[in-house]
Design a protein around this ligand. Structure first.
Ligand code: LMR
Length: 392
């Protein structure tokens, strides 16, 4: 049987991790996978997470199964963090999932159950796993323009033109904040216009929110998601705690479905059913830590303070990289790095330049020239800027 298997295409981001690991050169710089690193290159366990883990060890009395949807307290706490109070909870169904990817997968499975012919619209570019899962599930997809290769900002004209072709019942996947891979984000007026257009078209928004707290702050980063949540009869939101709680390997995510209050039971039942088919009960350890943090004022305050340090550190790195690139290229070509938000910026280099950076300078970034800002530090910013100036 196994000889019928075809080799699968490798995920570019994961492939890069492997190449970096195998590179024996001293001083190599990893700007690949989206994992936060401090100035020493470590991905720390956040203080509040450590404190919650310690407490959990003392108070946890059982490891029996959670419910299929996860622990209600987790779902309530996370829905509150994401949605605030913009939608009545009677309209909100949710399931805990293994990470943000698990939530995306379950959302797509739900769409497939409800409307197998619906087209899912993706920004061009988007996180490579979006089209990969859609293709795997045999669903229809289409692209809308997003990134202006000249300015490295938003191609808003192109975006609106493409979304103008969306049909009633289509699904439009939107990055709630901190667009991956570009780092370019819609402003408030642009979000308003997109929401109006999609509502007019009768499309359903599907928000991927993987970096809340990494852009402009926890609430600011949820603003577009909240606007969407209150503006449409039906919305899906896939959110991840990997980055903002730094619990990547605990696989902690949530899928939120907003519908009408009357249909909530059926929607919730379908979400539970999908969990059962795919993995039964969602993992609990990370979800439990998140719940403990969000339910305890002191832990919440400490977590928010550390998350804010992380966010400001990335902003400082952005500014210093933009400044350094201005200095070494004697131009404003890379000023956009300072205005981008979140973990990533797409630099707009060619694939050949990205290969040269890797081969000649041991600097690793994704082939589309996406860099993870958090992979930098005060020492490596000038090295990256000098290398970019040399190859571009
Ligand atoms: C990334 O885009 O680097 C992250 O979301 C990690 C991943 O799973 O690809």
């Amino acid at each position: 049987m196994f000889d019928h298997l075809k080799a699968q295409p490798q995920d570019k981001i994961l492939q890069l991790i492997q190449m970096y690991r195998e590179d024996a050169r001293d001083g190599k710089i990893d700007l690949g996978v989206g994992v936060y690193k401090d100035a020493t290159g470590l991905t720390p366990v956040m203080r509040a997470v450590k404190a919650a883990e310690k407490k959990l060890w003392e108070v946890e009395t059982t490891k029996t199964y959670t419910g299929l949807a996860g622990e209600p307290a987790y779902n309530a706490a996370l829905c509150g963090m994401i949605l605030g109070d913009v939608v009545p909870m009677e309209r909100v169904a949710s399931v805990a999932t293994p990470g943000g990817t698990g939530a995306i997968r379950q959302a797509l499975e739900l769409i497939k159950l409800a409307a197998p012919d619906a087209t899912v619209w993706l920004s061009n570019p988007t996180w490579p796993n979006h089209p990969s899962i859609i293709k795997y599930l045999g669903m229809k997809m289409a692209e809308y323009r997003y990134f202006d290769a000249e300015t490295r900002g938003i191609d808003f004209g192109g975006l609106m033109e493409d979304l103008g072709r969306v049909q009633a019942g289509d699904v439009v996947l939107l990055h709630g904040c901190c667009h991956n891979p570009t780092g370019a984000n819609l402003d408030a007026a642009q979000w308003d216009a997109v929401v109006r257009l999609l509502a007019e078209k009768g499309a359903m928004p599907f928000v991927d929110l993987a970096y809340q707290g990494f852009g402009d702050g926890l609430d600011a980063d949820a603003a577009a998601t909240r606007l969407i949540a209150k503006s449409f009869p039906e919305v899906l939101i896939a959110a991840s705690c990997s980055k903002n709680f730094g619990i990547y390997r605990e696989r902690t995510g949530i899928l939120i479905g907003i519908g009408d209050a009357g249909g909530k039971g059926v929607l919730q039942g379908n979400l539970n059913f999908l969990n059962r088919q795919n993995f039964s009960f969602p993992p609990d350890h990370g979800a439990r830590l998140v719940t403990m943090i969000l339910e305890d004022d002191a832990l919440t305050a400490d977590w928010k303070a550390e998350l804010e340090e992380v966010r400001l550190n990335m902003l400082t790195l952005r500014q210093s990289l933009a400044d350094e690139l201005r200095r070494v290229t004697n131009s404003d070509r890379f000023d956009f790095v300072a205005t981008h938000r979140g973990m990533f910026s797409r630099l707009g280099l060619t694939e050949a330049q990205v290969v040269r950076l890797r081969e000649e300078h041991a600097i690793y970034m994704v082939g589309d020239s996406r860099i993870n800002i958090a992979g930098l530090n005060a020492r490596t910013v000038p090295l990256l800027a000098a290398a970019i100036a040399q190859v571009s």
